[in-house]
Write a protein that binds this ligand. Sequence first.
Ligand code: ADP
Length: 480
Amino acid sequence: MKFDRQNIRYRTWVYFTALTLGVLVVLWIFQIVLLGSSFKDMKVNQVKIVADRIETGIKTNVFGRAIQVSAVQNNVCGLVYNSRGKLLYQVDALGLGCILNEEAINFAQSVSDYTQSLKDSPNGEFSITVKNSVIQQDMIIYGRKIIAPFGNYFVFLNAPLTPLDSTINILKEQFIYVTIAVFVLFSLLSLIISGRIAKPIVNMKKSALRLSEGDYDVVFDTGRGEFSEITDLANTLNHTTVELKKMDDLRKDLIANVSHDIKTPLTMIKAYAEMIRDISGENKAKREKHLNVILDEADHLDHLAQDMTQLSQLQANVLTLSNEPFDIVDLIQQSLRLLEGLIDAQEIEVELLTPSEVLVKGDPLKIKQVLINFIGNAIKYVGSDKKLILQVLTHKDRVRVEVIDHGPGISEEDLPYIWDRYYKIDKHRHRNVGGTGLGLSIASAILKNHHAPYGVESTLKAGSTFWFELPYAVKPENAL
Ligand code: ADP
């Protein structure tokens, strides 16, 4: 298998390694490279403390114990000359290691060189590093010119630079161990961290693959809930899976229902056409009857096709609804007139509880369709009292329309689904009662497009109230 350089584990390891290297380089610079010079600065500062004491001594003419103590504390030896080159004062905490003693005694020339350097120095001081050949060690020589009321003085101090090489070597060696330890530790850490991030993602990938193969039972791993983005992603994918499953079920249902709904009228059309051909062709009355069945079934197919087109358009939001003022009471009356035939045929009594006029806003043609569906269903499922109630309630900020029947009602389990397309509570009753099984889903899509609240309240064996609400176009003065 080809090694994937982009995978999380490898990448995290690379970043961690880069980070480790960066930290180690910075440490190296500070610990090893800058150690020598900062150590020397530190030493010079120590020597300067002794020089300060001596300067105070000269200025106050008191060369007390304090100077000696400070020289011992800071490991310094030194000489003080006056401007005529006379040695005035001497401190020694180094003994044989004091380069100045040696030089002052044996190499007087050097002292005069140092004095000259001081005279030339713009800030009246200098510091140099020289090798003490006696003790084989690097040493600092520090000089300061002191201007006092009684004349000028030259102070030379000498301090050893503790051999740093060995310290640096120890540090270097330690540094190698630290580097190895840090590398191992960071590599382990990067593996653990990247593993924790990568694992749920890898699992998700596996689940996604199963999903793409049509397995809707997959569950996306949310990991240990450590990383909220991963948990969110997994939750979103789980939600998507549920929705996909619903869609897939719906698609299967739809195909099954559509083919069933098309097949039934087609079978009838075929059967009756054969009957006309073989039996009733010569008999005018029978032929008429059979032809009417064919026409009815063809009509049913036509309705089905229209409803399906409309529903898909509504659900795809390709229809633009008008938003105009219209009288909802008038629209109810128009719908009732359209259904008059059915109402009269079943001798249904319709009770209208409405004000004389209520102006609402919406698309009147589409709302009429909703009314026809609600009233049509109420007629289909009318109770034994043969009574329908149509009510318009004028609330404070909206108008509520209710279509009430005292029919069989809808059970609580069925209630949430009746707005789904093709949902039929009693699948066998459907064709006897008529309808394409799309009526409520079309009504629901229309009301959703209006952003209008809608719903149903129903009790088994007591009846149903289908309702929706629309905003006022003009609010009547007596609105509640
Ligand atoms: P259909 O063409 O089957 O009437 P609808 O979408 O209009 O399709 O209704 C869906 C289902 O809701 C119906 O099959 C019926 O079971 C139930 N239903 C609708 N209206 C009523 C009602 N007023 N009383 C009882 N059941 C109803």
